[in-house]
Design a protein around this ligand. Structure first.
Ligand code: AMP
Length: 505
């Protein structure tokens, strides 16, 4: 199937030609005809599937053929959860709309509002905005929705997760009820279904890719180590393996800054992207990374959402994400649009429950390896076979503090009396994490193997007991689980999503 057969106008086909797009992706094949026909859409599609062109092309087509915008007007509004995604979608509209006479704008917080007000004076055919700044603009009388034809919600699940529910409600209330609405979401929890039920009229459902699609196309590896060894291990790998363009995810803004500080001290060209950085600095860091002026870009999850870096070869998880589904989003930064990619996760014993949640979501046990000199003293228990009832495309909350995953009924503590008193988290026989490395550096999933000579004594845990061992790792697991429990409680307790605190990561 060609783009021409989708009946797009010539100026759009020319832009696609300029970009070298030969044929539509699956989401584009489904979405373009429906959006051209004016239908509402409910699409399960994440970044990397070509979803932006899936809605941008037919909307540009319609906007070009159907009238012009007046002062302060907005004809198509795209709402996005983060500044980065807003910028990316805006740039996509500009790319795809390079040969059509339409006006595009983008608006998000963290930068002066006046230039945005200035751009809106003549009206915009397409405005891409984050919900908070959009409302600021509306309250200041900088725009009117009287001409609005289409509303697009991009990464709707993320907008709710970030606490934008109340802002979204305020926006919906201000929009004309007669409009086309397109809802894109990577996942469809109940909150999104309820939102879709309220907003969409006879929508076409489009399923572009399952939540774990990227997980199947990107080569993945876990390197087990101790938490404290991770920065040095990363530096070692960077040098030893000659990595030249690597996007690194860390859990916190502080963690990002510390890693970047260490790397820069060691002469590595590294930069950071996180919510504490002003927007111009974030955009600059991204531009330098794309231009190869920076070799390592370290980011938090929210800041990295929507980053589109052509040909990115490698993603490293310095820390695992606390929400399993973010793993899929992270590794989806590489292996985009058919390219190959690699994703390496440095995993400490304190992250075993997060690892298990990820493996359950992606329905595979990730191959493991250790790097000589950086072996884990606090071994990462085997995660074994993921349960058959693998998670559907819903957000996976942080795993609970687990019942000892490796403990078997009647497992005996190790015999060596001279050995250290306990290993945390407590576990059964050690499954060696090192496995033979094939040429590409990616080992196959490690089956259970005999106890290694380095086996450390295990603490006996009653079967089914919940283990929150004292000391390293346990604290983080307990904290993450408490956070998750609080979150789940908030939702199941019927608390409106708008009450969720806005995250800034
Ligand atoms: P998206 O999922 O919209 O973030 O797009 C992911 C990447 O795929 C972007 O770099 C797009 O430029 C690229 N892309 C989108 N559609 C196509 C296509 N039909 N052929 C080739 N690349 C595409």
């Amino acid at each position: 199937m060609s783009f021409r057969s989708l009946k797009l106008i010539d100026p759009l086909l020319r832009a696609l030609d300029d970009l070298g797009y030969d044929e539509p992706t699956p989401v584009q094949k489904q979405a373009i005809p429906a959006v051209l026909a004016g239908r509402d859409l409910m699409a399960a599609a994440q970044t990397g599937t070509g979803k932006t062109a899936g809605f941008a092309l037919p909307l540009l087509n319609r906007l070009t053929l159907e009238g012009a915008v007046g002062p302060l007007g907005v004809r198509c509004l795209v709402l996005a959860p983060t500044r980065e995604l807003a910028e990316q979608v805006f740039n996509s509209f500009r790319k795809y709309g390079a040969h059509v006479p339409l006006r595009f704008g983008v608006a998000y917080g963290g930068v002066p509002i006046e230039p945005q007000i200035g751009k809106l004076k003549k009206g915009l055919d397409v405005l891409v905005a984050t919900p908070g700044r959009l409302l600021d603009l509306q309250r200041q009388g900088a725009l009117t929705f009287a001409q609005l034809q289409t509303l697009v919600l991009d990464e709707a699940d993320r907008m709710l997760d970030l606490g934008f529910a109340a802002d979204l409600d305020a926006v919906f209330a201000a929009l004309p009820p007669e409009r086309q609405t397109l809802l894109f979401s990577a996942t469809f929890p109940d909150t999104i279904r309820a939102l879709a039920g309220r907003l969409l009229r006879d929508p076409l459902s489009v399923q572009a890719s399952p939540a774990n699609a990227a997980a199947r196309t990107v080569r993945q590896l876990v390197i087990t180590t101790d938490k404290k060894s991770k920065p040095e291990l990363f530096l070692h790998l960077l040098r030893e393996r000659g990595w030249s363009q690597v996007l690194v995810f860390a859990k916190t803004r502080k963690g990002v800054d510390q890693l970047v500080g260490l790397l820069q001290q060691q002469g590595v060209r590294a930069d950071a992207i996180h919510g504490d950085k002003p927007q111009p600095a974030r955009l600059r860091a991204l531009a330098r990374f794309k231009a190869h002026d920076v070799d390592v870009l370290v980011a938090t999850d929210v800041a990295a959402r929507g980053l589109d870096i052509a040909g990115l070869p490698l993603v490293v998880n310095h820390d695992l994400p606390t929400v399993a589904e973010d793993y899929v989003h992270r590794i989806g930064r590489t292996g985009r649009a058919g390219a190959t990619g690699e994703a390496i996760s440095l995993v400490g014993a304190d992250e075993v429950d997060l690892l298990k949640a990820i493996e359950t979501l992606i329905k595979q046990v990730l191959p493991r390896e250790e790097v000589p000199g950086f072996e884990a003293d606090h071994r990462v228990p085997s995660t074994g076979t993921p349960p058959k009832s693998a998670q559907p495309a819903g957000r996976k909350p942080v795993a609970k503090p687990s019942a000892n995953p490796a403990a078997k009924p009647g497992a005996k503590p190790a015999a060596n009396p001279a050995a250290k008193p306990a290993v945390k988290p407590a576990a059964g026989p050690r499954t060696p994490t090192r496995s033979p490395r094939p040429a590409g550096g990616f080992a196959p999933a490690t089956p259970a193997q005999p106890v290694s000579p380095r086996t450390k004594p295990a603490t006996r845990i009653p079967q089914g007991a919940v283990v929150v061992a004292a000391g390293r790792g346990a604290k983080a697991v307990a904290k993450a689980a408490a956070k998750s429990a609080a979150k789940t409680g908030g939702r199941s307790g019927g608390k409106p999503a708008s009450a969720t605190a806005k995250k800034r990561t």
